[in-house]
Design a protein. Structure first.
Lengths: 263, 263
DNA sequence: GAATGTGAAAGATTTCACAGCG
DNA sequence: CGCTGTGAAATCTTTCACATTC
C-alpha cells in the first residue's frame, strides 16, 4: 500500500487512517441516498445504521476530517456530501481505462456507479482484434496497440485490469510505463509494481473462500452448541453434497493461479 | 452498535484471526502455483514474496494453523495446500447460486476460479422471463420463481447477488428464508440480514474511490525519492471485512445510490 | 547453517463513556 | 435535553528478534 514506508514520520498534514478512508465511500453512498430524498440532516446514529457501521466509529471517522456536525442536531447532509467528496478527490474528473473487455470488463463498462461519481470511462481496451471497434456500453473497443497513446492523450492515471490472469502483469507493466499510477486488479494474480503505484485487488474466489471458512464453522457448531475447547472440530458441514477426496489428492485442474478470468 | 447481540467473540473454537483467514486464500493460490510446477518445498520467505506479504506475517499466520513447517527447510507444498484447503473448508463441495444474470452475473458464472476450488455453480437465477432457459456458461438460466426450490433441492448455503441495487434486499431475504447463510453481495447496498448470516460485499465504486483518494494525495506531493524499485506487491487493507452487518438497518436500504449494477 | 515458531513490543483500529456545545 | 467530538481503554494486527529445531 505504498503508504507507510517512506521517510516522513508522519504525513501529518492529514493522517486519515486507512480504515477510515475505506469507509468514507460507504458514508458517501448513504448520504447521497438521503440527499436524493431531500433529507436535510442526519444523526450519527441514523447515518451509521444506513452505512452498516456503528455510530461511535462513524463519529470517530468524521473527527479525522474535521468538525462538520452540530451538537444536539447532527450533520447537514449536503455539506457532508461535499466534504467527503472533496476528501476522496471526487470533485474532480478521473478518466479511467478498462483493459480486457470480456463479460467482466463489459459489466464494469456498464456499471452505473462509475460515471456517477467522478469517474469517466475514457476507453475500453482489448487484445482481441475481432473486438476492435465493437461498441460496448456506448464506447468502441480499442485495440491494445493503442494503449499507450490512449493513456497519454487522456491523461489517465487509473487503470482497471479485467484480463485473464496470464495477461495481467504485462498489461500492468504497460499501463504503468504509460503513466498510470493506480490500478484496480480483477485478475487473480499478485501484480508487481514500482514504488509509488497503488494496486487494489478484487478477487472473487478469495471472497468466496472466506465465506466458506465461516460457513464451515457454522456447520460445525450447529451440532454441538457448546464449545469444546480444543477438539479439532473440523466440522462436517451440512449434508450438502458429496465431497471431493481432496486429501493428498492432486491439485485439481487449474488451481487458481492459472485461473482464467473471463475476458 | 446496532445489534444487541452480545454473542461471544464468535470464532471461539480455533481462534484464527479474521485477518489471517483473509490471507489464507492468497497463500493457497501461491501454493497451488508452486504445486503445479512440482516444487516440493518453499521457505516462508519465498512463499511470502509470491503471495505479496512479508515472511514474518506469513509465519505468524501459519502458526495459528499449527506447526506445518520444518525448521531449516521450509514447508512441504502439497501438505500445506491440503492443510489450508481443509482449514478453509474447501475439501468439500459448496454449491452456490448466482442471482442476477447480467454482464456481471455472466462473468461470475464463467469465472474459472469458481469451479476449481470447491465451489460449484448449482444454478443461475434471473428475474427476467426472457432469460429463462437461455444457456449461460453451460447452464440454463432459471427464473426467480424457482429460487426457493433450487436452494432447497441443492442444499445451497452460499448465494451470490449480482442484481441491481433495488432488487438486492428482496433477493437476499428470499435466499435467507430458503436457507442460505452466506452471501456475497455485488449490489451497492447494505443488506440487512438476521444474525447468523454472513455477508461479504464487493463494491467496485468503493474500490475506485479509495484509489482516487490516494491518487489525489500523490498529486499533491512530489515524491522524488524512491528510485529503489522495490517490487512492491501492494497489499490491501481490506476494509470492514466479513462477517457481519447483521442488524436491521431501518431506513430504507433500498433506494440507495442511484447506482446501477449491471444485471 | 538455515529457517521455523513465537513471546513480546509496536502499531492500528475499535469501542467506551462522557465532557461540552447548541 | 440531544448529539457531537474525543481522550482513554480495550482489541486486534503487524513487526521484531531470537531461541529452537532440523
Amino acid at each position: 500500500m505504498a503508504t507507510g514506508r517512506t521517510h516522513r514520520p508522519a504525513t501529518r498534514s492529514r493522517g486519515i487512517p486507512e480504515a477510515t478512508v475505506a469507509r468514507l465511500p460507504l458514508y458517501l453512498r448513504a448520504l447521497t441516498a438521503l440527499s436524493e430524498r431531500s433529507v436535510p440532516t442526519v444523526s450519527s446514529e441514523e447515518l451509521a445504521t444506513a452505512a452498516g457501521v456503528n455510530s461511535a466509529k462513524l463519529r470517530k471517522d468524521f473527527s479525522y476530517l474535521g468538525s462538520y456536525g452540530t451538537r444536539g442536531v447532527g450533520y447537514d447532509v449536503e455539506y457532508l456530501v461535499y466534504q467527503i467528496s472533496r476528501e476522496l478527490g471526487l470533485t474532480q474528473d478521473w478518466p479511467v481505462v478498462i483493459v480486457g473487455i470480456g463479460n467482466l470488463g463489459a459489466a464494469l463498462a456498464n456499471y452505473g456507479g462509475f460515471a456517477s461519481r467522478g469517474f469517466r470511462v475514457a476507453a475500453l481496451i482489448d487484445a482481441d482484434p475481432a473486438m476492435a471497434g465493437k461498441p460496448v456500453a456506448g464506447l468502441p473497443v480499442r485495440h491494445t496497440d493503442e494503449l499507450e497513446s490512449i493513456i497519454t492523450d487522456n491523461g489517465v492515471s487509473i487503470g482497471v485490469i479485467a484480463t485473464p490472469a496470464g495477461a495481467a502483469q504485462q498489461v500492468c507493466d504497460r499501463l504503468v510505463a504509460a503513466g498510470v499510477t493506480s490500478i484496480l486488479n480483477f485478475a487473480p494474480t499478485v501484480l508487481s509494481v514500482p514504488e509509488g503505484v497503488d494496486v487494489r485487488k478484487v478477487d472473487l474466489s478469495i471472497e468466496l473462500q472466506i465465506l466458506a471458512f465461516h460457513e464451515q464453522r457454522k456447520a460445525g457448531e450447529e451440532t454441538s452448541p457448546a464449545q469444546e475447547t480444543a477438539v479439532a472440530a473440523a466440522a462436517q458441514p451440512r449434508s450438502g453434497t458429496g465431497v471431493r477426496p481432496a486429501a493428498g489428492g492432486r491439485k485439481g485442474p487449474d488451481g487458481d493461479v492459472p485461473a482464467v478470468m473471463p475476458a
